[in-house]
Design a protein around this ligand. Structure first.
Ligand code: SF4
Length: 412
């Protein structure tokens, strides 16, 4: 699919800047900006960074020991918040890569734990040194949150992530105290459920983080079809895991329409509390639109805005952009937009592409009333509140309205 030209473009911030500025931007956002100096060699078929052209990034050269000394000193100047976990991976101004492919990554993780009093969170598909990562987890209890991207252990692994570590290695990473949560997904019958049982057999304490992968723009059609195909099997796979009674905490997150249904009362009560009139226009992504149309039809104008910037099958209000909203405007003079749209890592009142609220209003000539209570804190609370597999099976799959809800047409 070709990329639509943006109507609203953010002001570029790195033109003519030194790469250390990128490092500082990341560090100020709580990220540890190690760079491989190249794109991610793992080349997973499902990678959300396949097309990250919507946001400006700048690739610093491969991180040197001197850069690392700069990073560590910068981190040490920041006050310690016991609730904060500094994040290795998931950069905002740099392309995402598996940072454990940097030959110094393990050594620098140890430096971080030794020379700072701060906590660390990281993601990897498993490129960690096995005895070392378990030793560090045991030596620094509570300071490491290790999210292992297992994705799948079965036959689809080779097709989706041919350059990732072998299953044998991943199982060794799981076997010990290091991994806090393992994420893996449903692609077919006996995929997610088999993985859950296999992982629980070697690690009874890590969180099992499951669901379906959502294709975004740039992902090949065959891979997107495989990701979407997993949805058909999600109910039966979830029931198998439920019946298996695994000791681990089990969560299911990635299905927006399910999350919206399970939080329908909260969504409706929050909408009521806004006290909007019939003529007011409220911006919503697909699933929230469906809930509000079902329970509060005619109480306001619900402007369904597709996640056109991220494309694929995205369905998330937090990840809407001002450009997405601008494309849906017709004759509105005023629109109500949830605050979560403009709380991205790009700064206050900016969307995930970096476009500001002020730029949106100036270019579209549409006035915006920000719905402050609908912020990312609210969105995250709803995501986690009912995010357990138990909730999905008991409150969604067994709910008498589920089939009728799923059959409702999605907004155009
Ligand atoms: S390892 Fe992570 S960053 Fe690299 S291609 Fe795979 S999903 Fe993308």
């Amino acid at each position: 699919m070709s990329t639509p030209l943006p109507i609203l473009q953010p002001t570029r911030i790195f033109t003519g800047k030194d790469y250390r500025d990128v490092l500082r931007h990341e560090l100020d956002g709580g990220k540890i900006p190690i760079s491989l100096g190249k794109g991610c060699p793992v080349q997973c078929e499902f990678c959300y960074e396949t097309d990250h052209s919507y946001r400006e990034t700048l690739e610093p050269p491969k991180t040197t020991q001197e850069d690392w000394a700069f990073i560590l000193e910068y981190i040490n100047q920041k006050p310690t918040d016991p609730e904060q976990f500094w994040c290795l991976g998931g950069n905002e101004y740099m392309e995402w890569t598996d940072l454990f492919l940097h030959p110094k990554a393990m050594e620098w993780v140890e430096d971080f734990l030794k020379y700072t009093d701060k906590n660390l969170t990281f993601f990897t598909v498993g490129f960690v040194h096995v005895p070392k990562i378990h030793q560090l987890a045991a030596q620094y209890p509570g300071r490491i949150n290790f999210e292992l991207s297992v994705i799948t252990l079965g036959s689809y692994r080779q097709r989706l992530m041919p350059h990732a570590p072998a299953v044998k290695h991943v199982m060794k990473v799981l076997d010990g105290p290091a991994v806090s949560s393992a994420n893996f997904y449903c692609f077919d019958s006996q995929t997610m459920s088999k993985d859950a049982v296999a992982i629980a057999a070697v690690n009874r304490t890590c969180v099992l983080w499951m669901g379906c992968l959502t294709p975004v723009r740039g992902i090949k059609k065959e891979s997107a079809d495989l990701m979407l195909g997993g949805r058909r099997y999600l109910p039966e796979e979830a029931r198998r895991i439920y019946d298996a009674g695994l000791p681990n905490m089990t969560t299911i997150h990635t299905e927006a329409y399910i999350t919206a249904f399970m939080n329908r009362r909260k969504i409706v009560s929050q909408f009521d509390a806004l006290e909007l009139g019939k003529k007011d226009t409220v911006v919503t992504a697909r699933s929230v639109h469906k809930i509000l149309t079902l329970y509060r039809k005619g109480r306001a104008k619900f402007l369904h805005v597709p996640n056109a910037t991220l494309g694929g099958d995205s369905d998330c209000t937090v990840l809407l952009t001002f450009d997405d909203i601008a494309r849906r405007l017709t004759d509105e003079k005023v629109v109500h937009i949830p605050k979560c749209v403009m709380q991205s890592g790009r700064g206050a009142y900016r969307d995930i592409a970096g476009v500001s609220l002020e730029e949106f209003m100036r270019k579209t000539k549409v006035k915006v009333k920000v719905l402050h209570k609908l912020d990312t804190g609210f969105a995250n609370r709803q995501l986690y509140r009912n995010g357990f597999l138990k909730n999905y099976v008991e409150d969604y799959l067994r709910h008498p309205l589920t089939q009728a809800y799923e059959a409702l047409p999605v907004p155009a």
